[in-house]
Ligand binder design. Structure first.
Ligand code: TRP
Length: 373
């Protein structure tokens, strides 16, 4: 979708995103107060829900109605292994973990090494496969339950995915992929086919259990176009339409709307050292004034500040604390230096812990990988 001065597609997110307009254009539903209070009845609401970071959905009411009647749903999400994992990738996965814990739901996690090979000119198949196993460590480090979590590597599990992808592919025309994804005659044919591979895991739980299983897909709103296609074909193939729950994009340190690996200076990778991290946060875009003196007088602007957004999106789960940080900034009581220090201290601890779990994950990889015979 291209609107105003932004673009949001599964392969490109740029500009100042108008998230309300996306709801309208994509035809999704806002997560309203009623759904929030319903979700709160299953366990404490996740801060991302309370704060409107996870903000849009499709068919959540339907999914919860079935759940209330005793029908367990499965979760499906994924990652396109284009490089190292950064904090922006962790955000929807952390939310997925909350869903797994709250609903005891099995998770299928797709690694689309094929996608990144097809869509990125500079990546070889070796690169995308290497990234796959590297990124899987970050997924495992978040603590998903190994008994009910399976990682699907596309090129390794193709035998399982292919029959499902074929069923989808037969129902999707070239003109649909042009309209939904903006493809044209110069698009390579692998890319045109790819959406059927991303649809396949939405139907896999039903195939494996030999009866229809409801599926919930937590994802960044940029992935919604794929699942519109999936939902359009689902019923004609005899499956339920998957339900969706969408998050906003995680902001970059430069103040842009999305963290992107192509700008490593403004991206925090899960493998960064404390030194790299401090430097990146030190250079981050803030909502501060030109001088400290000025800022004490006029205050700062937390709503545009990358450092504040990090606390808000991911690191400060206490609402009272995050509100007070914004308030103190607006009044000029806390300046950018102190705020950056608060964030880097917290992030250093987070990354140390994550990197330790990432090391431990190396011996667990095999347990998490979906096996194909
Ligand atoms: N295409 C996604 C990406 O580029 C990866 C992905 C595959 C995915 N299946 C998914 C993301 C399901 C969310 C939900 O990152």
């Amino acid at each position: 979708m291209e609107g105003g001065n932004f673009t949001v597609t599964p392969w490109e997110v740029t500009g100042e995103i108008d998230y309300d307009l996306l709801i309208e254009k994509f035809g999704t539903k806002r997560i309203d107060a009623e759904l929030l209070s319903r979700l709160a009845s299953y366990g404490p609401l996740h801060p991302m829900l309370r704060r409107g970071i996870v903000y849009s959905q499709r068919d959540m009411e339907w999914l919860l109605n079935l759940y209330d009647k005793g029908q367990q749903f499965a979760l499906y999400t994924g990652r396109g292994p284009s490089g190292h994992t950064h904090l922006g990738h962790l955000m929807p996965w952390i939310f997925t973990k909350y869903l797994q814990d709250t609903f005891h739901a099995p998770l299928y996690f797709q690694m689309t090494d094929d996608e990144k090979f097809l869509f990125k000119d500079d990546l070889s198949q070796e690169d995308t496969l290497r990234n796959t196993y590297d990124n899987a460590l970050d997924v495992i480090a978040l603590g998903f339950d190994p008994k009910i979590t399976k990682i699907i590597v596309d090129t390794k599990c193709i035998k399982t995915l292919y029959p499902l992808a074929l069923k989808v592919a037969k129902k999707v025309t070239f003109s649909t992929t042009k309209a939904v994804f903006g493809f044209d005659n110069s698009t390579n044919i692998g890319s045109i086919f790819f959406t059927s591979i991303q649809s396949a895991p939405a139907f896999l739980p039903s195939e494996l259990e030999k009866h229809n299983v409801p599926v919930l897909i937590p994802c960044g709103i940029d992935q919604d176009p794929h699942f519109r296609v999936t939902r359009d074909v689902a019923e004609s193939l005899g499956y339920y339409k998957p339900a969706l729950i969408h998050s906003k994009m995680f902001p970059g340190l430069s103040g842009s709307d999305k963290m992107s690996s192509s700008v490593p200076e403004t991206t925090i990778f899960t493998t960064d050292s404390a030194k790299q991290l401090k430097k990146k946060i030190g250079n981050a875009f803030t909502g501060g004034a030109v001088s400290a003196e000025e800022q004490r007088k006029t205050g700062g602007k937390p709503e545009v500040c990358a450092v504040f957004k990090y606390q808000f999106y991911l690191f400060e789960s206490d609402d009272a604390k995050v509100d007070s940080l914004a308030e103190r900034c607006r009044k000029g009581e806390i300046l950018c230096g102190e705020c950056k220090k608060l964030l880097s201290d917290r992030l250093i601890l987070f990354l140390e812990e994550h990197q330790r779990k990432r090391e431990e994950a190396k011996s667990k990889l095999d347990d998490f990988m979906m096996k194909v015979d």
